[in-house]
Design a protein around this ligand. Structure first.
Ligand SMILES: Nc1ncnc2c1ncn2[C@@H]1O[C@H](COP(=O)(O)OP(=O)(O)OP(=O)(O)O)[C@@H](O)[C@H]1O
Length: 352
């Protein structure tokens, strides 16, 4: 656990980069620091490994003040990944990753084994080990940067805009890989970005900073999106805040349409018994399996182009509802049975 208590950072020219910060970063979680340019994210990160000394307040790791440790001991337990990978240009990929284990005096076979395992862990091809940084793509360089930071298996990983310099597709892949890695390694990760979408995708918790180094809100992505503390946070989360919230929820968290017009295809239903509220009915067989839909009173059955499952994210359900000719989407469970209908009204209730 990393704790900040009333931490302030004033640079020499009296710029207040961080202002009275109280923050507790839980172990094993991925905490994202996000906010507009110049709001003190990088400074906050660099105070953790004492690359920047705090001007006032206390920073502790597992309740030990970081000032009480010598800088080398402190940094040994903290991996650091920077925006432009920060690789040593004249060292091979292998030697870059081996830097810290060698500093720690590991034996040659142990270093070899560790480096090869890390190359695999971060999804690089073993054949890249002998290349130099300038012979790698931006995404590959970032992977080497992550491998190097993980080399001595530190419990804490600091990442400063690590994916900012790569294109959106590579960025998305690196984000997925980081989530995958984190699920396996359970490090305490502090991740700086100015991209709110990246923060929402990656963060167990997100700290939103405002200009002047003030912490505006600290919470889980879901809670932030559901209840932004003020206009600044709401603005920063974006005008499509509801869509972002839908993306974090799935079909299990939405109600089903009340009294849907369903018809069992195997039982003759008199026209009058069919719904009069809707001009369509959804048809299933007597085992509850979805067959399609038809206009009320008509006989021609139409297939649904989209169905969703209990684990489909609600933003995808909204897209499917917008595409559906009847404005609602059938939920089909793992056994292929119809489990109700969802439309915009149900999505609104899921957000309420
Ligand atoms: N070495 C320094 N000397 C003086 N002022 C600095 C120094 N480093 C940063 N600052 C100032 O401190 C404030 C916070 O900077 P910091 O880099 O922490 O912000 P940031 O949120 O990480 O910004 P960005 O997203 O643009 O990287 C800014 O006003 C910046 O100009």
């Amino acid at each position: 656990m990393i704790t900040f208590e009333q931490v302030t950072k004033r640079y020499g020219d009296q710029t207040v980069a961080v202002d009275g910060l109280d923050l507790t970063i839980a172990s094993g979680e991925l905490t994202v620091l996000v906010g507009p340019s110049g709001c003190g994210k990088t400074t906050t990160l660099r105070m953790i490994n004492r690359l920047e000394p705090a001007s006032a307040g206390r920073i502790a790791i597992d309740d030990r003040a970081i000032d009480s440790l010598d800088a080398m001991t402190l940094r040994r337990g903290i991996g650091y990944v920077m925006q432009h990978s920060g690789l040593f240009p004249h060292r091979s990929v292998f030697d870059n990753i081996a830097t810290v284990p060698r500093l720690l005096g590991w034996k040659k076979p142990a270093v070899q084994e560790r480096v090869h395992r890390l190359i695999e862990t971060v999804g690089l091809s073993p054949s890249l080990a002998t290349r130099y940084p300038h012979q790698l793509s931006g995404g590959q360089q970032q992977r080497v940067g992550v491998a190097r930071a993980l080399a001595a298996d530190p419990p804490i990983l600091l990442m400063d805009e690590p994916f900012a310099a790569v294109d959106p597709i590579v960025r998305r892949r690196l984000q997925d890989e980081l989530l995958d890695l984190q699920a396996r390694l359970q490090k305490t990760i502090v991740f700086v970005t100015h991209d709110i979408d990246e923060a929402i995708r990656l963060g167990d918790r997100i700290a939103i900073f405002a200009v002047g180094g003030r912490l505006a809100q600290f919470d889980t992505p879901r809670n932030l999106l559901a209840a932004p503390a003020d206009d600044f946070v709401a603005d920063f989360l974006g005008r499509d805040r509801e869509l972002k919230r839908l993306a974090l929820l799935d079909v299990r968290q939405a109600p089903r349409m009340h009294a849907p017009p369903l018809v069992d295809n195997d039982r003759a239903v008199p026209e009058a018994k069919e719904s009069t509220v809707h001009d369509w009915v959804v048809v299933h067989d007597n085992a509850g399996r979805l067959l399609g839909w038809r206009h009320r009173g008509a006989s021609a059955l139409q297939p649904f182009t989209d169905t969703v499952s209990p684990t489909t994210a609600l933003d995808r359900v909204l897209a499917a509802a917008l595409r559906s000719p009847i404005g609602v989407v059938p939920v089909v469970d793992d056994d292929g049975c119809l489990d109700g209908l969802i439309g915009p009204a149900e999505l609104r209730k899921a957000l309420a």
